[in-house]
Write a protein that binds this ligand. Structure first.
Ligand code: ATR
Length: 265
């Protein structure tokens, strides 16, 4: 059996096992490949990851809070993972741990239009925001970054590009991406973030990386105001598909993955 997994802490809520298992079945690989969720505490991460190849693991997805630490354990890094400073995909190949980051391409593929030349507002300065900012800056968007803790967004922009903003006028952006964890714990997004329902309008795209319910408070409001919305599952599916392609070399069945990821939400 070739084993795959998502590792995180906590990880029980992850839709990745359902999504990848459905993809492996669709590709006719279910008898040879498996995908599970494994909860690993931060202080055990390195030891547990190093044991994985001998336990039959071929690769893992890495989620909160291990994306930064995963990079340090790896023997080789893709350019994307190195520049973002976080890895969401590890592959165990020829005795080596390889790190990659498919979050950046995942968000770009989930967007309805090329961000080149567009004004974008990214909310957050954690690992998820780093991937989004890196991707949008590289694609030639004009990126502003807001974070609750302004020092973090300033540091992020010094490293990755983009402009830190403390009081954004959200109506002026073609693209708004929530890459904070606001919404996960049931917070009121319009209190925690510099947005209101009036921030949204037709012609705009609003993406929310948080998934947990079918439509977040932000996306419900954005949709009501006629904006195009991209939810966290769409980004999850794209990044997962890119990881699966790295491990198996096969073209992932996106529709099957999306359906499986949404079931049980
Ligand atoms: P991840 O790797 O998933 O991005 P993270 O590094 O813990 O996770 O980042 C969480 C992000 O959500 C941060 O931008 C955090 O803001 P701070 O840097 O100020 O902590 C943001 N965040 C979490 N809870 C928030 C809240 N209640 N209001 C505003 N921002 C919040």
């Amino acid at each position: 059996m070739r084993r795959l997994a998502v590792i995180g802490h906590p990880v029980a809520h992850s839709r990745s096992p359902a999504m990848h298992s459905a993809a492996l079945a669709e590709l006719g690989l279910a008898g040879e490949w498996s995908y599970e969720a494994i909860d690993i505490a931060p202080d055990e991460l390195e030891e547990r990851v190093r044991e994985m190849p001998e336990q039959g693991f071929v690769g893992v997805n890495v989620t909160v809070p291990h994306k930064g630490a995963a990079l340090l354990i790896a023997d080789s890094l893709s350019e994307t993972a190195r520049e973002i400073g976080a890895a969401n995909t590890l592959s165990f190949v020829d005795g080596e741990i390889r790190a990659d980051n498919t979050d950046a391409s995942g968000i770009l593929q989930a967007l309805p239009e090329q961000p080149r030349g567009r004004r974008a507002l990214v909310l957050g300065a954690g690992g998820a925001a780093r991937a989004v900012v890196w991707a949008l800056v590289r694609e030639g968007a004009e990126v502003d970054v807001w974070n609750r803790t302004a020092l973090r967004s300033r540091h992020l922009c010094e490293e990755l590009g983009g402009t830190p903003v403390e009081v954004p006028d959200a109506t002026g952006y073609r693209l708004i991406v929530n890459s904070t964890s606001v919404g996960l714990g049931g917070e009121d997004a319009f209190v925690a973030l510099p947005l209101s329902a009036d921030s949204f309008a037709p012609g705009q795209t609003v993406a929310d990386l948080v998934y947990g319910t079918e439509r977040s408070q932000l996306l419900v409001a954005a949709e009501e105001r006629g904006a195009t919305v991209v939810d966290g599952i769409e980004v999850l599916v794209r990044q997962g598909a890119l990881s699966l392609e790295i491990w198996t070399g096969r073209e992932p069945p996106l529709d099957v993955m999306e359906k499986a990821a949404r079931e049980g939400l």
